[in-house]
Design a protein around this ligand. Structure first.
Ligand code: NAD
Ligand code: ZN
Length: 355
C-alpha cells in the first residue's frame, strides 16, 4: 500500500522574507474580535527579532522556553493560557524558533481545537478536528520540523509525535538571515540532524526514487555547508533541512535516531546533540556517513561529550535499550526484516556503553 501524504501548501523563501509576515497573515485575520498568537523562543526576548514581529491590537506574544524539549504538560499549560487570554480562538498561530518552538506551535494549534490533553493524541492520525491556521518561521535549520507532519512530544508514558495531516504547517517563511546568529555548536548539532536524516534515508531499505531525489540534494547541500566555505551557507542549510525532511517523509530514519530517542528519554539529551553522539558509534552500520561526519566535526572543531552512559545503572541502561528497540520501523528501514537478529539487546547495549 502506498501512502498518500499531504505537504505544506505555501512557502516563502529568501533573505528578509520575514519582513513580509504581516502581509502573509493579513488574509487569515478573518474573525471579528479574534487575534494572532506569536509563539517566540524566549532566547529572542529583547533581541531585534522580537521588535520586528508585526503585532496588532489584541495579538498575544507568547514566550516559550525550550531548555527542555517540549513536554505534553507544557503544551497543555500553554493552551490553557491562550484560552484564558481570550475566550475566542485565535485566527492563527505563528511559531518563531528552532525545532522545539516549531513543534510547540504545531501542538498548540491542534490542541486549541481538539479536546483533552496533548498526550491523548501521541501516535498516528488520532487528531480528528482540523487545527487553527499555523505558520512557521525557523530560526535554526536541520530538523525538518518545518515540513514534517509530526510534533515530537515527551509525555507521561512515552516520547512520541502527534502525527497527522493537520499537524502540517499551512505556511512557511524561510528567511536564511534568521539563522545567522546561532552559536556554532548548536548550528552544527542541528545541521547534523539533517545530514543524518539524509544518510539514514538514503541507506535505508525503504528508499525509493522520491526520497532519493530529495535526500541526495539535501546531502549535497550539507556537504557544501559543512565541508566547503560558502557565503550563502545559511540559505543552503535552510534548503537542506527542507529537502531532508521531504526525503524522510516518504522513507524513514534509522539506527541513529532510534538510539537518540533512548538518550533523550532516559537522560534528557536534546535531539541534535543526541543524534551526533549516537552516530559517532555507528561506523559498522553507516561507515561512509560516519567517516564524513567525523571530517565535518574536525573542520568545525566540535568535541562531543564522552562517557555519558558511564554512571548509568543497569535498569536505566535497559530502559534505554527498550526505548530504542521499540522503534520498529526505524530498525526495519535500517537493517531489513531480519533486524531483530541483527540488533540484539546485547549489541544495542554495547553501542550505548560506547557513548
Ligand atoms: P531547539 O529548537 O531545541 O533549540 C536549541 C537551542 O537553540 C535553544 O537554546 C534555542 O533557544 C536556541 N536557538 C534557536 N534559534 C536560535 C538562534 N537563531 N540564535 C541563537 N539561538 C537559537 O533546536 P533544534 O535542534 O532546532 O530542535 C530540536 C527539537 O526539534 C527537538 O525537540 C526535537 O524533538 C524536534 N524535532 C522535531 C522534528 C519534527 O519533525 N517535528 C524533527 C526533528 C527534531
Ligand atoms: Zn532528526
Amino acid at each position: 500500500m502506498y501512502r498518500n501524504f499531504s505537504i505544506v501548501p505555501k512557502i516563502m523563501f529568501g533573505r528578509g522574507s520575514f519582513n513580509q509576515l504581516a502581509e502573509v497573515i493579513a488574509p487569515e485575520r478573518v474573525t471579528p474580535g479574534s487575534y494572532f498568537v506569536f509563539v517566540l523562543d524566549d532566547i529572542f526576548i529583547g533581541k531585534p527579532l522580537e521588535s520586528r514581529i508585526p503585532l496588532e491590537k489584541g495579538d498575544l506574544l507568547l514566550h516559550v522556553n525550550v531548555d527542555d524539549e517540549p513536554k505534553t504538560s507544557y503544551i497543555d499549560a500553554l493552551v490553557q493560557q491562550i484560552k484564558q487570554y481570550n475566550e475566542i480562538l485565535p485566527d492563527g498561530i505563528v511559531g518563531i524558533g528552532g525545532g522545539s518552538t516549531m513543534d510547540i506551535a504545531k501542538a498548540i494549534s491542534l490542541l486549541l481545537k481538539n479536546p483533552g490533553s496533548s498526550a491523548d493524541y501521541q501516535g498516528w492520525d488520532l487528531i480528528e478536528i482540523p487545527s487553527v491556521y499555523h505558520l512557521a518561521v525557523p530560526t535554526l535549520a536541520g530538523t525538518g520540523a518545518e515540513i514534517s507532519r509530526t510534533t515530537i512530544l515527551t509525555g507521561p508514558e512515552k516520547k512520541l509525535g502527534i502525527n497527522s495531516d493537520y499537524t502540517l504547517y499551512n505556511q512557511l517563511i524561510l528567511d536564511p538571515e534568521l539563522i545567522a546568529g546561532v552559536p556554532k555548536d548548536q548550528w552544527f548539532y542541528t545541521g547534523m540532524d539533517c545530514y543524518i536524516h539524509d544518510v539514514e534515508s538514503l541507506q535505508g531499505t525503504f528508499i525509493n526514487e522520491f526520497s532519493k531525489s530529495y535526500g541526495e540534494k539535501s546531502l549535497d547541500l550539507c556537504r557544501q555547508v559543512f565541508l566547503d566555505d560558502h557565503p550563502d551557507k545559511d540559505d543552503k542549510l535552510m534548503m537542506a533541512s527542507y529537502f531532508g525532511g521531504m526525503s524522510i517523509a516518504y522513507s524513514q530514519v534509522g539506527a541513529c535516531h532510534a538510539l537518540s530517542y533512548g538518550l533523550s528519554y532516559v537522560l534528557g539529551i536534546h535531539h541534535g546533540i543526541g543524534c551526533c553522539i549516537a552516530f559517532d558509534v555507528l561506523e559498522d552500520i553507516y561507515p561512509d556517513g560516519v567517516a564524513e561526519f567525523r571530517q565535518m566535526m574536525k573542520k568545525h572543531d566540535i568535541q562531543l561529550p564522552k562517557n555519558i552512559t558511564a554512571d548509568l545503572g543497569n535498569d536505566a541502561l535497559e530502559l534505554m535499550v527498550t526505548t530504542a528497540l521499540n522503534l520498529v520501523p526505524l530498525w526495519e528501514n535500517c537493517l531489513g526484516s531480519d533486524w531483530k537478529n541483527l540488533m540484539t539487546r546485547e549489541r544495542c547495549k554495547k553501542l550505548y556503553l560506547r557513548m
